[in-house]
Each structure stands twice: as C-alpha cells, then as structure tokens.
Design a protein around this ligand. Structure first.
Ligand code: DGT
Ligand code: CA
Ligand code: CA
Ligand code: ZN
Length: 592
C-alpha cells in the first residue's frame, strides 16, 4: 500500500464533489466537501486510522463519514483512487483543476462546455471563446464569453505560481521528512515561502549536516539527496546531484534542496531568502565595507568574517537582523541600520475571529461546531457574520432571521458561562452594501448586534468613483464597525473591484471603521502596501479567517503573515485584544 496523505485524500473527495455537482446530484456534493474538510482538519493520518481499526475506525473517527464514504476511503488507501470517482470522470473527461481555476466557471458550466463543444482544457476554452462559439450556448451569452476570456488572461499572469496556503502543508511535510534523515542539522525552507508571500514560484529548502562544519561531502549528504528524490510527493526528478537536487512534486510545484556546510548556513539562508532586490542592497553594503557577500559567507579577501548565522551576517554589515517578511528593499534596510524596525505582530497572537459563516447561510457547520473548532484553535471569541437577504443564493438573513439566530447565540453563550472555559460568540453580520451605499438591514436590527460588518458582494462593475463613494457612504453609517473584503479580489481568479483604496483607508480612519485583512489564502484582500498605508494613516485593522467551515480557522496565520509584510504591529490589529477590550476599542473608534 503506497502512502497517501490526508491532503491528497481531501483533493479526491473535493473532485468527487465537483463531479456530482456537474451531474446535478443533490446533497452529495456538500457531503463530500464536508468530509474533505474534516479530513484536512484531522490531526492524524487517515492511513494510520485505517491501519488500526479498518473501516469501522474511519467511520468513528472522521466526522460525517458513513458506510459509503468509508468504503471509498478504504479504496483510496489501497489503490490511490476510487471507482465512483473514475466512473464520473469518464462521463466528463476534462481537466477539472485547470478549468475550475478560471474565474466565473463552475461545475455546471464546465459540463455544458464539454457536452456542447467538447471543451476539455483551458486551451480549447480559449480557442472556442475567440471563435465566438461560447456566446451562442444557452445560459452563456456574449457577456460570459467576455468574462471567460478575461479570466483566462488573468490566470495566465499567475501561471506557474501557487498560493502560499496550498504550498504550506506540502513544504511542512517535506521539511519533516528531511529532518528525520540521520545526520541532518538544520532544515529551513527559504525563498518566497519564508518571506510568506501570497504566492510561491518554487520551494527552496536548505539543509545543513550536523557536525560537518566546512564540507558537505559524505554519507549524510548522499542520504539526504536519496531520501529527497524518493519521497512519495515526488512526480519527477529533474536533477539528482551530490549537494543539490530538484524535483517536480505531484502537486505541480518544483522543489529544490541544497545541502550547505554549517559554517555557511546563515549566509546561504540570507541569500536564498532574498528577495532579489533586498540581496542587491545587502551586497552593495558589503562592497562599501570592502567585503564580499555570497551564499557561502561574508568575506574579507579569502577570510570569512561571518556566515554561520543570519544574525552575524547582518551584524557584520552594520544592520540588525530583520524578519524575512520585511525583506523587499522597501525601507527595511534603513530601518535596520537606524534600529527602527517595527515590532511585527507575532504569529498565533489573534484571540478572536470576526468573520465566520455558519450553516444559517452558506457555511458548513453549526454555530456550536464553529465555536468549538475556534476554541480548539486557541481563540477566545468569534463573531458569527452570516450574509444578508439581498444575497439570495447564500440564503442571506433578513431582520427576523437575524433575530432568531441571536436567540441561538444567546443560548449557546448561556450554556457556556457554566463551563470553566471562557469563550464568547458575538452577534455580527456581513451586511451587504447595496448599490447606493445603503445597508441591507434596518438600523433597528443592526442595533441588536455586538458588531456590524459590511461588504460589497454585488455590482462589482461600477466605476472607481461610484464604487469608492458607495463604500465610503457605508463607512459613514454610525453603526458600522468593520469593512470586510475591502478589495474583493481573488488571487489569480478575480481582479479587485475598481476602488480608490487610499480614499477608503482615510475614510476608515476618519469614521472609526476597522479594515479587514482577510486571511483566506486566495483572498488576502489587503495587499502589503495597503496595510502599510493603513498603519501609517492610523486606521485600525482586524484579521479574519472568513471561515465557512470548522477547518478554516487554521488560515488565520496567513492573515498575520500579510499584516507582518505590511509592517503592522500588535497594536494595529484589534483582534489581538481579549474580547471585552476588543469590543470597547472597536466602539470607542466610532466616538472619536
Ligand atoms: P519565487 O520562487 O518566484 O516565489 O520567488 P523566490 O524569491 O523564492 O525566488 P527564487 O526561487 O528564484 O530564488 C530564491 C532566492 O534566491 C531569491 O529570493 C533570492 C536568491 N536569488 C535567486 N536568484 C538571484 C539573483 O539573480 N540575484 C540575487 N542577488 N539573488 C538571487
Ligand atoms: Ca522560490
Ligand atoms: Ca528556486
Ligand atoms: Zn465573506
């Protein structure tokens, strides 16, 4: 039996969900998605659970798994796939992951495109759109054809790049594998991964050998290289050398490993962390000091003056060590020289999450399930912020629905005050901003909430001026506390809406509204430069997972990473505060 990871299993279940959706099978798509999410959230390997207790253990230990799915899981563990999936794949043999990556295309439209035009991949999709064939299909029209072409152009810009959120679990698994090889010292993934960029081109891993200070030959090095190229994640070996190997992983991303001697480890880490522009600056500084900086160390002539750690390399250059997230040659070097580096918000420092959806609308889990998952993730409070009525496709709540939901939240909190653990569910909303900037719910309903959050979810195509005015009108509303999704982008899928973000930032600061850094890996609405601008303008921030399922709370640190790349400190991010302090500060903003 070959080893198959939870991540791969979840991928197959999600694929099944899409295929069921395509064929219009009711209920099953959501059921498979739910199990996929539960599998991702497990803290044990499905393979180990099965080894211990077979199908029965799978049913017992993975929520929502019944007899049918348990059998599929067994088949996946034994053969790498399952019959039902193969059967459905045969009906619509298209490149699903490719087509699903195009903004605006869903399972149903992909099926129609295949049935009517035999479109199997993005190349054929583009050809058909250019030949004006798609506009003639029922339910498509010229507008959707236009949208598809835009989506293709947009995804081309991102070709070959992967979301940090997708790369993160893979890189961790590989790091763990390398750490287990005997004789290994340090293992660190450098490059854009270490800088926590939104997207990653390739994974660059550095390994040092314990005890071998100056050379990297020998058995340990060979063992590392052999272990690396034979990992189950590897699809193809591109190079298998004595100190450097390169592979293409099954997930499509390339991964390189370099073995470096202990005494050069810091210099190599500094060099391969980059980014390139930061490296150019540090090299210039070295030259000015009569030194030479390379991945092997910092040298005066032939003598090495630093290299074992990054700290000593930076120190020798007259700089304080700086966090990788800052290394973009945009002021961090000057700040490091002057001792004025920001004290970045630490990972794991969020105590609450202000955007979560429940099964009252388009979320996967009940309020109680979301609360328990948030507690397990170390949080002290969450706000339930379901969509509002004008978003009919999500089952958005009206005033009466919101009032009923409030009762359920009260009941949950009451039950919890008896408990020794301190946890609060706050009443919130993701209130839709209507076309004219008015809100989707009456003030009388908004007043009953702990916090009012607003977002644009329709009329994405207004002009920049109209869109900006519409949002600012909502920010001026005396009850509004947080702007969700300030740009509405989806990385690689959807451009941000046309909006003057500088104006929004200034308005948020002026009207006492916090701006959301959305932590969902494909959203990250505010970019690093926006965050820096907000921090400088004195606007407050919150970081939310936008969880639609219990498993999504693990995304929060991707939002923290984004905040760090925007030079944000703990004080800039309101949900680093405990619940009461958070609410007090949030409300205080409105009174200034
Ligand atoms: P990526 O992979 O496109 O997401 O971005 P990075 O930053 O990981 O870039 P990558 O993988 O090409 O190279 C890793 C690091 O190695 C990079 O951040 C800095 C360093 N590096 C690579 N090429 C050069 C170069 O031509 N000059 C300098 N100074 N540094 C380089
Ligand atoms: Ca890289
Ligand atoms: Ca690379
Ligand atoms: Zn949302």
């Amino acid at each position: 039996m070959r080893h198959i990871t939870n991540h791969e299993i979840a991928g197959l279940l999600n694929e099944m969900a899409v295929l069921y959706d395509m064929e219009g099978v009711p209920f099953k798509p959501r059921a498979y998605e739910k199990v996929a999410q539960n599998v991702e959230a497990l803290d044990r390997e499905v393979a180990d659970i099965y080894k211990e207790g077979g199908v029965e253990a799978l049913r017992r230990e993975i929520p929502n798994v019944g007899e049918g799915i348990a059998r599929h899981l067994e088949e996946i563990l034994k053969t790498g796939t399952f019959g039902e999936l193969k059967k459905y794949k045969k009906k619509v043999p298209v490149k699903l992951d490719e087509l699903m990556g195009i903004g605006g295309l869903g399972p149903k439209s992909i099926r129609t495109l295949y049935v009517k035009l035999k479109i199997k991949n993005v190349k054929e999709l583009e050809r058909a759109a250019r030949a004006n064939k798609i506009s003639k299909l029922p339910h498509f029209g010229a507008k959707s054809q236009e949208k598809i072409l835009k989506g293709i152009a947009f995804s081309k810009k991102h070709v070959g790049r992967f979301l940090l959120g997708a790369v993160d679990p893979i890189a961790r698994v590989i790091e763990e594998r390398l750490k287990r090889v005997s004789g290994v010292g340090h293992v660190t993934t450098a490059g854009s991964y270490r800088r926590r960029q939104e997207t990653i081109g390739d994974i660059d891993i550095l390994v040092s050998i314990r005890g071998q200070a100056t050379s990297v030959s020998g058995l340990a090095t060979k063992r590392i290289m052999d272990a690396f190229v034979h990992m189950p994640e590897v699809a193809r070996v591109l190079a298998h050398g004595p100190t450097k190997s390169m592979v293409r992983l099954k997930s499509g991303i390339q991964c390189d490993v370099r073995v470096v001697p202990e005494q050069s480890y810091g210099a190599a880490l500094q060099y391969f962390t980059g980014d390139k522009t930061h490296n150019v600056e540090t090299r210039k500084i070295a030259i000015k000091k009569g030194l030479k900086l390379s991945e092997y160390g910092l040298f005066r002539g032939k003598r090495m003056v630093a290299g074992r750690t990054e700290e000593e390399v930076y120190r020798a250059l007259g700089l304080k060590w700086m966090e990788p997230e800052l290394r973009t040659a945009s002021g961090e070097i000057e700040a490091a020289r002057a001792g004025k580096l920001p004290k970045l918000i630490p990972y794991g420092s969020l105590r609450g999450d202000l955007q979560t959806q429940s099964n009252w609308t388009d979320g996967n889990n009940s309020i109680a399930e979301m609360a328990r998952a948030a507690m397990a993730a170390g949080l002290e409070y969450i706000a339930i912020t379901d969509h509002t009525r004008s978003l009919a496709m999500t089952g958005g709540l009206d005033e009466r629905g919101l009032a009923r939901q409030g009762k359920e939240i009260d009941a949950f909190n009451r039950e919890f005050t008896d408990d020794s653990s301190q946890f609060t569910v706050l009443k919130g909303t993701e209130c839709n901003i209507l076309k004219d900037g008015k809100l989707d719910l009456a003030d009388s309903a908004l007043k009953t909430l702990d916090l009012v959050c607003v977002a644009v979810h329709s009329h994405f195509n207004l002009s920049e001026r109209e869109q900006t005015e519409r949002i600012i009108r909502a920010l001026k509303h005396p009850l509004v506390n947080i702007l969700f999704h300030p740009t509405g982008r989806k990385i690689g899928k959807r451009e941000p809406y046309a909006v003057d973000i500088s104006k929004i930032i200034r308005a948020a600061a002026q009207y006492g509204v916090a701006l959301e850094i959305n932590a969902a890996p494909e959203r990250l609405d505010l970019k690093d430069l926006h965050i820096r601008e907000a921090v400088e303008a004195g606007a407050k921030l919150v970081i939310d997972s936008d969880a639609h399922a219990a498993a999504h709370f693990k995304w929060l640190d991707f939002g923290v990473a984004q905040a760090r790349r925007g030079w944000a400190t703990r004080a800039d991010v309101l949900n680093t505060l405990p619940c009461e302090g958070f609410l007090k500060t949030l409300r205080g903003l409105k009174k200034r």
